[in-house]
Write a protein that binds this ligand. Sequence first.
Ligand code: K7E
Ligand code: CUA
Ligand code: CA
Length: 646
Amino acid sequence: MRKEKKECGVSPEGLGRRQFVNAAALAGLAGLAGCTEDKKNAAAAPAAPPSAPQAGASKESQLSPKPGQLDEYYGLWSGGHLGDVRVLGMPSGRELHRIPCFVPDPLVGWGITNESKAVMGTKPDGSLRYAVADTHHVHGSYKNGNYDGRYAWINDKINCRLARLRLDYMICDKITDLPNVQGFHGIFPDKRDPVDEKINHTTRVFCGGEFSTPLPNNHVGDPEGKDYHSIFTCVDAESMEVRWQVLIDGNCDLVATSYDGKLAATNQYNTEMGLKYEDMMSAERDACLFFNVARIEAAVKDGKFKTVGDSKVPVVDGTKAANADPKTALTCYVSVPKNPHGVNASPDQKYFVCSGKLSPTCTVIELAKVLDWFDGKLEKPDGAIVAEPEVGLGPLHTAFDGRGNAYTTLFLDSQVCKWNIDAAIKFYKGDKNSKYVVDRCDVHYQPGHLNASQSETVAADGKWLGVGNKFAKDRFLPVGPLHPENEQLIDISGEKMVLVADHSIRSEPHDFIIFKREILQPKQVYTLDEFPLATKDAKDSGVFRDAKNPHKVTVRITSVAPAFSLREFTVKKGDEVTLILTNLDKVEDLTHGFAIPFHNIQFIVNPLETKSVTFKVEKPGVYWCYCTNFCHALHLEMRSRMIVQA
Ligand code: K7E
Ligand code: CUA
Ligand code: CA
């Protein structure tokens, strides 16, 4: 084990790192340098599995993998109030990573570095616009009806922002503000283009506005809210620009899309347009609202839109009155009982399922029939309803196993109900002997979202079902008044559901997706060329004072374990310093940190990554900048001295 290993990384003195450590009589600690045989090709290799896939392994060992074993699935979990996305290995439930988006993250320096601030958005004084977020729904990009591992998106309900995640590096690369929206709740990417046959991947992301306001929202409007409206939004998946919006009757809640790309759907719980909750539940039925994507885009092209306030985004009219003629309608309102929550598209590509919430039913709507209505071949939109099975109290969200079964969370019953879609359709047609409820499983407690492995893709594999429970009560050691939430895992490979695990989790994930690990090929190392600011050679390090702006200073610095290229640098009181750090270590997992005491600076740089920070130095003195990420046996010695002259 001690014999020849390939060197990776060279110390500033020109010694191989292993020799350097040996020379320092620290051979026993050499492993800390992160320099091991299987990492030598890190730059070129995708995430190569060091142990065999779990496919043939027993259920037990998949749930509790042996040391060194990998999971079969990735999970992307919404981080809720923390405004991030969590990456889990599934089915073990091990948390592997958190991807910061809307809210600062002191580990990676999100909200501290200039690059992350540019994504998050700042006020003119350079401070962040928002310190809070509320993420609910995370969904991946599609190709041919399955995830393609390029992107994922997540919403911020509070500040109406949509974030995109690049899944190759597992970072957030863009955040878009939705104009004219409040309470941005549901999102779903389209699964292909509705018109162009060649475009078989995601190009749009649909976003549901839940709250209604005056439009533009710059005056108090009618005291009874008579002129309040909600807006449905389409964002371009590549540019992340807002493409168009639709003014609607009622509100939006969750969002789903059809596999043919033709329809987007949102469930509506407030068709009453009530301002108080009592008013919002006064009607017996609300709706599932369908958007005809191709027609909306044609209307935008033909200039049949308005704009609202300062926003330049085209807004088409999707209200009922303006869309009574099916042949030209942009929208179709199908009635659903009562305050429905959750709309999900089945993996057989045929149905949308809306959960009743205040009705003990799910409503199954057939996609082909909604399209028939748009073609003038179906008289009433409600003719698209093909089943309304009774599943239990408080149905919220539905997942699928790819074998014709649906799984619906029952918030009030604290259960998951497994029911068969075809049997429910038979029952609805009149066969009262058709038993559609297959099984019920108690969960703990009050479940919200659930999702099955690959559920909303053509590759739904019906193996695992995650359930996000809003209440944990007695399932974990008590930790004071704030309880964790309980993410439970159910084995759905058989006829009966089997509850197999509890996982505590911090509030409040809401939604998540689970997909096969082969779909992702995350890169382990950056390349220098990705960063215009990179210092490619340690020799180019230094302190550079702006000729025109004598109080502006750029400090270029590089890192190679266990040293920063500048062991010290000098600036002057009153300077605005932009410090650019490039990590020249190219070894997988060799991350350094950079902290400056009393200057609110702390961030990390991954292999071959460059980041920059800008800050003011006001107080003369000596400040030890140090590496915050354990990288080497001499990690504590990895420092640089910032000298601030009077
Ligand atoms: Cu049901 Cu915001 Cu998805 Cu939560 S919503 S549960
Ligand atoms: Cu570099 Cu610790
Ligand atoms: Ca209602």
